[in-house]
Design a protein around this ligand. Structure first.
Ligand code: SF4
Length: 431
């Protein structure tokens, strides 16, 4: 049987998709990139904003239109928070809440009525990540969050914190490495809370991964900027831990952060960033910012803008606040008009582009180990050249032009960063 998996939203959803893909393969099914070819389609939906809800519905409808015969299973935050609405969408055969995600593969295979059951088992060495065009693997290490940031619906949808045992994670990473994966990204709803429920912590997990596996690159997924243990940044002295952190700040105004019920104010954030940058050269910090949070005054906005500018981020994801039913922020007075949100968002997008540009400039001329991932299809036919893309340790997207017979994919090779193009940085391979 052919199975197509699709996700929207966070890296945790990505990680879950990888786990399911692997489980379907182990059960003897094949993963396909083409929804039209699939007998079963799995959608891991998202609900982080109302736009994400809309996109989840759109995706479900689009997939059903492209292959009305396939069985369609929907899980994820949108499906968990709106189970009846999701079940009523045309073509949906099964809705699986986040709480039952561990059962998704089993339930979909046993409770749906398929004409053809699997008859053959997976090819040795075949692996979902490559089939899905990925060279890096997401590893989910924990789920849930014990905090209640006032805008966050995810914490309501995901429930309590549950950490996976360290040995289970080590085994998964060792298996991924044997299958050819060069880089793992540790993910969780509240990654920094890893181990809270099993008497350990994230630093201990990272240390164990670095000592008990040979995976060349370990990267951390989005990490709330609190609860990091003392000496956390010393871990990055091991060059297998990639010098990039995505630390969601959400606002650069302390009074807004207070209304958001965030556990990290600007002074603490500055301390973290200073520590990171003092330990590792070219450390990349990216972030999320919400503009137009309820009651965000002009002066709070200005404070926020100035603070963000003073920190300087390598990349910034900007969200215009939208109320999510079931959260505290949705009930707050003084919702900011859409026109104001739009104008603040535009201002921040301009700043984000400038800061990215500035960060990249400080990296030009440097030589980094690049994990080469994907080839460009638009290679120059005539002179037998191809463009290959990849990421530096500090998560800059780079490209190099090489001979077509040069197989760089999934290798880690040195390259010197030479020039900034639109969405990538041109490099010269060092051979
Ligand atoms: S810490 Fe993150 S997951 Fe937890 S409530 Fe806040 S935003 Fe949501």
């Amino acid at each position: 049987m052919y199975i197509h998996l699709k996700t929207l939203g966070c890296r945790l959803n990505e990680a879950e998709l990888e786990t399911w893909a692997h489980a379907y393969q182990t059960a003897g099914h094949q993963i396909t990139r083409e929804p039209e070819q699939a007998n079963l389609v799995i959608i891991n939906s998202c609900s982080v904003t109302s736009d994400a809800n809309r996109k989840s519905r759109q995706l479900i409808r689009r997939i059903h239109r492209s292959n009305p015969k396939a069985k369609l299973v929907v899980s994820g935050c949108y499906a968990t928070l709106n189970p009846d609405e999701a079940a009523d969408l045309l073509g949906v055969d099964m809705v699986i809440s986040n709480a039952d995600k561990d059962q998704l593969v089993h339930k979909s295979l046993t409770e749906l009525d398929f004409d053809n059951m699997p008859s053959m088992s997976t090819e040795p060495g075949e692996f979902s990540l490559f089939q899905r065009g990925r060279q890096r693997a997401f590893v989910k290490v924990q789920d849930g969050c014990r905090y209640r940031c006032s805008f966050c619906i995810v914490t309501v949808a995901r429930g309590d914190e549950i950490s996976r045992p360290i040995q289970q994670i080590i085994d998964e990473i060792n298996t991924l490495y044997q299958q050819g994966i060069q880089e793992v990204i540790l993910t969780g709803v509240h990654l920094g809370g890893y181990g809270h429920d099993i008497y350990t912590d994230l630093s201990q997990l990272i240390q164990t991964i670095l000592s008990a596996t040979d995976i060349p690159r370990v990267r951390l997924g989005s990490l709330e900027p609190w609860e990091l243990s003392d000496h956390f940044f010393q871990l990055f002295e091991n060059q297998r831990l990639m010098p990039h952190l995505h630390l969601p700040l959400q606002s650069g105004s302390d009074s807004v952060l207070k209304r958001m019920a965030r556990r990290c104010k600007t002074a603490e954030f500055t301390t973290l960033i200073d520590e990171a940058r003092s330990h590792i050269a070219h450390f990349n910090v990216s972030t999320d910012i919400i503009v137009g949070f309820p009651g965000e005054t002009e002066s709070e906005w200005q404070q926020s803008y100035d603070y963000i500018k003073s920190v300087g981020f390598g990349q910034m994801h900007i969200f215009s606040y939208s109320p999510r039913t079931g959260t505290k922020a949705a009930e707050m007075n003084h919702q900011v008009p859409n026109a104001t949100k739009k104008q603040r968002s535009q201002q921040l997008h301009t700043l984000a582009a400038d800061m990215r540009h500035e960060f990249i400039q400080t990296n030009l001329g440097q030589t980094f180990d690049v994990l080469w991932e994907a080839k460009s299809m638009a290679a120059d036919e005539q002179d037998e050249k191809q463009w290959v893309f990849g990421y530096t340790p500090n998560y800059l997207r780079v490209a190099c032009q090489t001979d077509k017979q040069n197989k760089l994919e999934n290798q880690i090779l040195k390259a010197q960063l030479s020039a900034l193009q639109n969405s990538y940085i041109e490099t010269q391979l060092i051979t």
